[in-house]
Design a binder for this molecule. Sequence first.
Ligand code: ATP
Length: 320
Amino acid sequence: VFQLSVPLNFLGSVYRELRQSLLDMETLFNLQKVNVTIKEQPDAKPLSLTRGGEIKFQNVTFGYHPESPILRDLSLTIPAGKKVAIVGPSGCGKSTLLRLLFRSYDVQKGTISIDNQDIRSVTLDSLRRAIGVVPQDTPLFNDTVEHNIRYGNLSASPEQVVEAAKRAHIHDKIISWRDGYQTKVGERGLMISGGEKQRLAVSRLILKNPPLLFFDEATSALDTHTEQALMENINAILKGLGKEGEGEGEEKKKTSLFVAHRLRTIYDADLIIVLKEGRVVEQGTHRELMESNGVYAQLWRAQEMLMTEKGGEVKGEEEV
Ligand code: ATP
């Protein structure tokens, strides 16, 4: 028995590791199209969040094709424990920033550091464990809803899964499905909307509970009402004040980075960074940026006008 159980236990842990890294791979945004050669340095050390997760881009130049850079000599600081939004015209490189932080690609010039550690000098595993992502398009596994949420933390209890789903505003929907948490989703299961997928992603994230949170247009597929509820919940999570959890109030605030199209969802951010043509053109709070009347103010006015034309309500697929 002893001889058998050792390799089995070992295999079990390898399997869990594998599943975890598959999940992380899944969150690499649209990686498949590219040939990636990210290598861990032989002397790489685990990332140590000694300053609470301060992220720095210093003179970063990057292009998917090096001859045509998307980010040019970009420098910015995302302070620890703050909610920071990256905005700017389509194609200016917002999602690329997240991909670089996740080390899906390496920069061509400059450095990206977290708490003063160059992300190329830390182990990939520790880097990716520290980061939780709600990507634009959440991948679902051909498995039950419960398993899909549990991928965020394989040792979570069924109660913790339910709790996470409640906090992500998806519990009521799940129990309305015939098989509840045992409903099969994914390509071969129940087809669910983009908004529901995103809320499953948020449930995963709640279970993973990473110190750094990245949202890549997490709310773009939601109707206005659900979006509002979800943003309130995300804000509560960011404050470390889970609504129903106990003892979470003592948790430190998380550093969070939002890539947003819809400025209404991020106007309360501690810092808004405006990118244009691969450079930072403005930064400040909503109020400061409106006062300075530059690119951000222009984008804001354009979106408000669009909202008014649509009668103030942007319908997502949820409502259809
Ligand atoms: P949006 O607001 O439209 O989502 P964005 O600001 O997030 O855009 P990115 O997705 O970062 O922009 O893309 C920046 C530029 O890089 C775009 O011109 C895009 O076409 C290009 N790009 C993105 N991904 C790849 C890729 N895998 N290979 C080559 N070019 C890419």
